[in-house]
Write a protein that binds this ligand. Structure first.
Ligand code: FES
Ligand SMILES: [Fe+2]
Length: 332
């Protein structure tokens, strides 16, 4: 269990990802069914029906006569309200709760949970700040990967894998690392990645390439352990690409992207779906390499700029405490 950092808050979904259609959400080895009712309220119950164990996420939602919503089991159609009570045929009386709802902390459109554990670190406020000043563009790349949380976090704080994992997408020629700012569970990394020029022919064949700047200026804002924000500055506007992590089980970790944008030019809106597509390709490539790593290989070689991974390891080993040393550095 300690490999999943109990006491940390996890962002399980953005409200736009939910509907009356129930969906399965996993956390700490337990599956839940989550849905959004007509009033926009979000609920989560354990996914195993207390009758004979059918997956409630395979069922459907129904509006009750009192206006509340209930989840209907796909096996024998018992209906459970948000408190986990059902009405048995025959006595026609509401039972006591048969399912223990997952406690959620809802901040605007963000649905957080500590998975029933005692909170040890606070929910980062940054997403609420972004939601105030940026437009929400969409979500993408929701993937459940067969890897442990630490391995997932390491790849997301690895500033050297652009030329391997992401070589086809960006053609990055080098990584110029500038600065790492260590504030405990919060950090920033700043680096530039010049890209090889694409020919005009290539750009005409793949018009999305016009959106790529010749130097990708990366500013990563990290909130251990659940969130990495890639701040992108483009001629048409600013983007905040938020990478979210959720420990579904010891050896299964979910990741997805929430994309926010601030338009400087109205054309920015048109490119929303293209940016989402880029995000999806990046995550697909990360997912692919995560499936091709021998996880317990001793590391005998160390590259420059592994400070993000060192930061992850320190925070992981000492969770929930933050200890020295301080990894801030300036490599101008
Ligand atoms: S298994 Fe759900 S109603 Fe029977
Ligand atoms: Fe990556």
């Amino acid at each position: 269990m300690s490999s999943m950092l109990p006491g940390a808050p996890w962002l399980l979904a953005h409200k736009s990802m939910l509907s009356m259609q129930p969906r399965k959400i996993s956390l700490y080895g337990i599956d839940y069914v989550m849905w959004k009712d007509v009033g926009g309220n979000v609920h989560a119950l354990p996914n195993a029906c207390p009758h004979m164990g059918a997956m409630l996420s395979e069922g459907w939602c129904e509006i009750q006569s009192d206006g509340t919503s209930a989840i209907v089991c796909p096996f024998h159609a018992l209906k459970f309200d948000a408190e986990g009570c059902t009405v048995l045929p025959g006595p026609n009386k509401k039972t006591l709760p048969q399912l223990n709802p997952l406690s959620l902390i809802i901040q605007g459109d963000f649905i957080w949970s500590y998975g029933g554990y005692e909170p040890k670190i606070p929910i980062p406020a940054v997403l609420n700040e972004i939601a105030k000043t940026y437009d929400f563009i969409g979500h993408t790349a929701d993937a459940s990967v067969e890897t442990d949380l630490l391995t997932m976090l390491l790849i997301m704080h690895d500033y050297n894998h652009q030329n391997g994992t992401h070589r086809d997408l960006f053609q990055i020629t080098e990584v110029e690392f500038h600065r790492f700012v260590d504030n405990g569970h919060h950090s920033h990394a700043f680096y530039d990645m010049p890209t090889a020029p694409y020919s005009l022919i290539e750009k005409l064949k793949k018009p999305d390439l016009f959106l790529l700047p010749s130097t990708i200026k990366a500013h990563l804002e990290n909130h251990f352990p659940s969130l990495v924000i890639f701040h992108g500055e483009m001629p048409l506007g600013k983007a905040a690409q938020c990478h979210i992590f959720v420990p579904e089980a010891e050896n299964r970790t979910r990741t997805y992207i929430l994309l926010f944008g601030q338009a400087k030019n109205p054309a920015f809106q048109l490119f929303g779906s293209t940016y989402l597509k880029f995000g999806k390709v990046v995550v697909d490539q990360d997912t692919d390499i995560l499936g091709k790593i021998y996880a317990n290989t001793p590391q005998k070689i160390k590259l420059n700029n592994e400070v993000g991974m060192d930061w992850v390891r320190r925070n992981f080993e000492n969770f929930p405490d933050v200890t020295e040393p301080n990894f801030s550095n300036f490599n101008y």
